[in-house]
Design a binder for this molecule. Structure first.
Ligand SMILES: Cc1cc2nc3c(=O)[nH]c(=O)nc-3n(C[C@H](O)[C@H](O)[C@H](O)COP(=O)(O)O)c2cc1C
Length: 197
């Protein structure tokens, strides 16, 4: 099943063909090297002043950590995420070790996850990010200090187009992929404003 983005201009296939499935192959296991390659992709993301504020909890299916992360997910995510091969908590360190605030920590962590996602696409794996989870519960379970904030849980695995999903998730798997038009993303200065003297 192809879910290629109907983009207005041609995109690199890694970008155009990436999407976020909920149907995962519940028998699939990610190899150690394969998983390391994804984290390596995240590691080489750019960040403000190269502060690299991303931190990860990596939990493979069948482990206690996986169950802990899974139980912190919102019910709508629990409905399908149990079949993922790995659940990764992506967290941002918002204050450096010497107490300096890291105001771009969330931005940088999102960028690291984007790198991971593209590498996963390249490696024949699928990623589905989830903001629907109990942040405080996860922080407590993994004894995260206050300066480390969980941002998303990433479901990672091999897409299974034949996976049996409950509604409404089965329909969403086939729904038309949409985005705002390009024009709507462009902010412009009000032309009625006069030039600064
Ligand atoms: C920060 C973030 C939070 C998200 N949270 C959820 C979530 O809790 N549950 C879910 O099913 N999808 C979640 N998604 C997936 C988005 O709904 C999905 O990326 C979006 O609809 C675009 O679809 P595509 O990734 O297939 O292009 C999240 C994505 C991001 C980036």
């Amino acid at each position: 099943m192809t879910r290629t983005a109907p983009s207005s201009l041609p995109l690199h296939p890694l970008l155009a063909e990436r999407w976020s499935p909920r149907g995962f192959d519940r028998d699939h296991e990610v190899g150690e090297r394969q998983l390391d390659a994804l984290l390596e992709a995240a590691r080489w993301a750019p960040s403000a002043a190269n502060t690299q504020p991303w931190r990860f909890v990596v939990a493979r299916r069948g482990t206690v950590d996986f169950d802990v992360v899974y139980r912190a997910l919102a019910p709508g995510n629990q409905a399908w995420a149990d079949a993922a091969s790995v659940l990764i908590v992506a967290a941002a360190q918002t204050v450096s070790a010497d107490g300096t605030p890291l105001p771009w920590a969330s931005y940088d962590t999102g960028q690291a996850v984007a790198h991971l996602s593209v590498q996963a696409q390249h490696d024949g794996l699928a990623v589905h990010q989830m903001g629907g989870f109990d942040r405080d519960r996860l922080a407590a379970e993994f004894d995260l200090p206050a300066e480390i904030t969980p941002l998303v849980v990433v479901a990672l695995g091999r897409h299974d187009p034949d996976a049996q999903l409950p509604e409404p998730f089965a329909s969403r798997e086939r729904a038309v992929r949409e985005r705002l038009p390009l024009d709507a993303l462009l902010l412009q200065r009000d032309p009625r404003r006069t030039a600064a003297a």
